[in-house]
Design a protein around this ligand. Structure first.
Ligand SMILES: [Zn+2]
Ligand SMILES: [Zn+2]
Length: 342
């Protein structure tokens, strides 16, 4: 029987179309592995080409023989500009703000060929540490109201450059999707007196059916009302409203859980395009009791079509419980050092 499920905080309904159900492995890309060089002379993110990018914002030293570990640079084709002021104006119903913001690129490693699934846990921890540093640095700017940290992996996920990188966009407004999430969280807290995310995570950990990996401080789980196949959330087990609150010890655990999850997706689904996003409350939410940050990982295995555009409702053909079981079984011991990135 098909089933409708509601996302616990967005309140969006999803159709889990079991009649059309696909076994998880049927969604694998079946794309032949590409041979990608570890270094490409023409790539602006590869070592030796540092002068071809805008001046660096931050650099983490690399290991022996590496010129650097992680680099942060302003996006050359930035969506927003830190040179303008976020002046607001309203004319009739037309509201505008001058295009202030920050748009940065985080180059994940000097290696052109290794996507995050193929990096070491230590390198991923280093990248996450850079995320936190930039998040906290930009958050103190009073003109910034929201920061999104995300990754586009593969052309279908919006990546225009092959060298693995992440991005950060700081905006002068809180996007309405985020505002909605914050409102729902506050409403639940006011009604019930607890963080709805903590409650949900506790129940999911007890239930086990949708859990993919549980670390000491983080848990990765398939989303109960997943809008798309293999939509996965990674939650901190400790209540934390803002990503900026993450400790060094927690970063190490998140690196292991996130990297393992990405490796399972890489191996099990044969390197699909994907996006991940850190969904955090604003920095001033540090200590807030009603909101809880998390990472969403969304493999791009299906296309958004007319029904989704017209209704905002999604049809998912893979049972989240089956997706979780599938990912739990994927062994990733051999991934590290395989070198076949994208
Ligand atoms: Zn490169
Ligand atoms: Zn919580």
């Amino acid at each position: 029987m098909p089933e409708l499920r509601q996302n616990f905080f967005s309140k969006e309904w999803v159709i889990i179309a079991t009649e059309r159900a696909k076994r998880p492995e049927e969604l694998a890309t079946h794309r032949p592995a590409q041979a990608i060089p570890a270094f490409l002379e023409t790539c602006v993110f590869c070592p030796g080409n540092e002068s071809k990018t805008p001046p660096e914002v931050l650099r983490v030293p690399g290991g022996p023989g590496e010129s650097w570990g992680v680099r942060v640079i302003p996006n050359k084709f930035a969506a927003l500009s830190s040179e303008v002021q976020p002046t607001r104006n309203l004319q009739h119903l037309r509201r505008r703000i001058d295009g202030f913001g920050f748009h940065e690129v985080i180059v994940d490693s000097p290696d052109h060929s290794r996507c995050m699934a193929l990096l070491s846990d230590a390198q991923v921890a280093s990248i996450l540490g850079v995320y936190r540093q930039r998040y906290n640095a930009l958050s103190v700017d009073r003109r910034v109201n929201h920061i999104t940290i995300f990754k586009n992996h593969g052309a279908d996920a919006g990546a225009s450059l092959q060298h693995p990188h992440s991005q950060l966009i700081a905006t002068p407004v809180i996007p309405s999707q985020v505002r909605h999430r914050l409102h729902e969280a506050l409403r639940h807290y006011d009604d019930v007196g607890e963080c709805m995310f903590c409650h949900m995570v506790e129940r999911e950990v007890e239930d086990q059916t949708r859990i993919v990996i549980k670390g000491e401080h983080f848990v990765a789980m398939e989303v109960f009302a997943a809008a798309t196949p293999f939509a996965t959330y990674v939650f901190p087990l400790r209540h934390m409203a803002s990503f900026g609150e993450i400790t060094d010890v927690e970063i190490v655990d998140l690196a292991r859980v996130l990297r393992t999850l990405l490796a399972k997706v890489y191996v099990g689904l044969e390197n699909p395009d994907l996006n991940y996003t850190i969904r955090s409350g604003p920095t001033e939410y540090s200590g807030a009791r009603h909101f809880h940050w998390y990472v969403s990982v969304i493999p791009r295995l299906t296309r958004v079509a007319g029904f989704e555009l017209g209704s905002g409702m999604f049809i998912n053909t893979v049972l989240p419980e089956a997706a979780a079981e599938f990912l739990r079984k994927v062994s990733v011991d051999k991934t590290l050092g395989a070198g076949a990135g994208k």
